[in-house]
Design a protein around this ligand. Structure first.
Ligand code: DGY
Length: 320
């Protein structure tokens, strides 16, 4: 029997591409360029399945343009905000994601963002690199200590839980807001807040781990930032759309926030040049899951979902 044709629009690890080539008739994107909308439609239309990353936008328009041949979009990401799930459902296209496997790597980046923001990591690094470090005193480059402070988690899913666990390693007191309260063995003594507002009031560090949806868009804005304790730190390793960046900039300038550590932005790639001008930001280019180990695991998880689908089984991580 002919192997199903699989489009892989971005460069994945050698191990993932080798396994994909063993089991599928793969179409690769050798130079790893980002497909235009038309190219994404044209290339996907010749495949039975697509294994995209969050950089490929399967909007309602793109999905509507796909022929019936395309049966499954097996994402190489836990986030699925780049896929219009309702449009996929309506067209009978199965959609999967890659939960669990990137929680450790993303939690590491969240902690890096927290510490980088709290201890002025970007400012110090830039100063030493520029040869501009010409002074030292006990009053120099003083930051915020996180040990013993309150760590607020918005979205206590897998990544939120692992990040909370790492924060506990700094003696931080964990608070969280989630759609549902977690059972004791997952909550591990953290304090549940039924409302975001209640969580904000006690978050010396606020870390975002919820999905990006139309409801969560701009949830961090002038109103909600004002509810944080003065001098709080914002960490975002989830999605840029959760934060109103103009309001964030105003809060960073006014001192309402001490600093922000961000791995995600409203505009990607690129980020926000106004945030980059501020000395109290620690900024990374969406690399939460970018370790070789995790990239392998994400690719294998996406392939597991494809294998199940083409074997006539329900894929484990079906989201639509
Ligand atoms: C994810 O998996 O959602 C990460 O942001 C990388 O795409």
């Amino acid at each position: 029997m002919a192997k199903p044709k699989l489009l892989i629009p971005r460069k994945l690890t050698d191990a993932v591409q080798a396994r994909a080539a063993r089991d599928y008739d793969v179409v690769l994107n050798e130079d790893d360029h980002v497909f235009s909308k038309d190219e994404l439609i044209a290339k996907s239309s010749e495949a039975d399945a697509v294994l995209p990353c969050h950089s490929e936008h399967f909007s309602a328009e793109v999905i509507a343009a796909l022929p019936d041949r395309v049966k499954i979009i097996a994402n190489h990401s836990v986030g699925t905000d780049h896929v219009d799930l309702e449009a996929a459902k309506a067209k009978g296209i199965v959609v999967t994601n890659t939960p669990d496997v990137l929680s450790d790597a993303t939690a590491e980046i969240a902690i890096l963002c927290m510490l980088g923001a709290a201890r002025r990591g970007a400012e110090g690094d830039a100063m030493v690199r520029a040869g501009a470090w010409d002074f030292w005193s006990p009053a120099f480059m003083v930051g915020r200590q996180v040990t013993g402070k309150r760590f607020g988690v918005v979205g206590m899913g897998r990544v939120g839980q692992v990040t909370a666990e790492r924060a506990r390693g700094f003696g931080m007191e964990v608070h969280y807001h989630n759609r549902r309260r977690l059972p004791d063995h997952l909550e591990k003594g953290a304090t549940f807040h039924e409302t975001l507002e209640s969580l904000l009031a006690v978050s010396d560090v606020l870390s975002l781990h919820c999905p990006s949806t139309p409801e969560s868009a701009g949830m961090i804005n002038a109103r909600t930032l004002a509810l944080l304790p003065a001098g709080a730190i914002l960490v975002n390793t989830a999605r840029g759309a959760l934060v109103d960046e103009d309001d964030l900039i105003a809060a960073l300038k006014s001192g309402q926030l001490f600093a922000a550590g961000l791995d995600v932005f409203q505009t990607e790639p690129g980020g926000n040049p106004e945030l980059a001008k501020l000395s109290n930001t620690f900024l990374l280019p969406h690399i939460g899951s970018a370790t070789d180990q995790t990239r392998d695991a994400m690719g294998f998880r996406a392939l597991d979902n494809l294998d199940a689908f083409f074997a006539g089984q329900p894929p484990k991580d079906r989201v639509a």
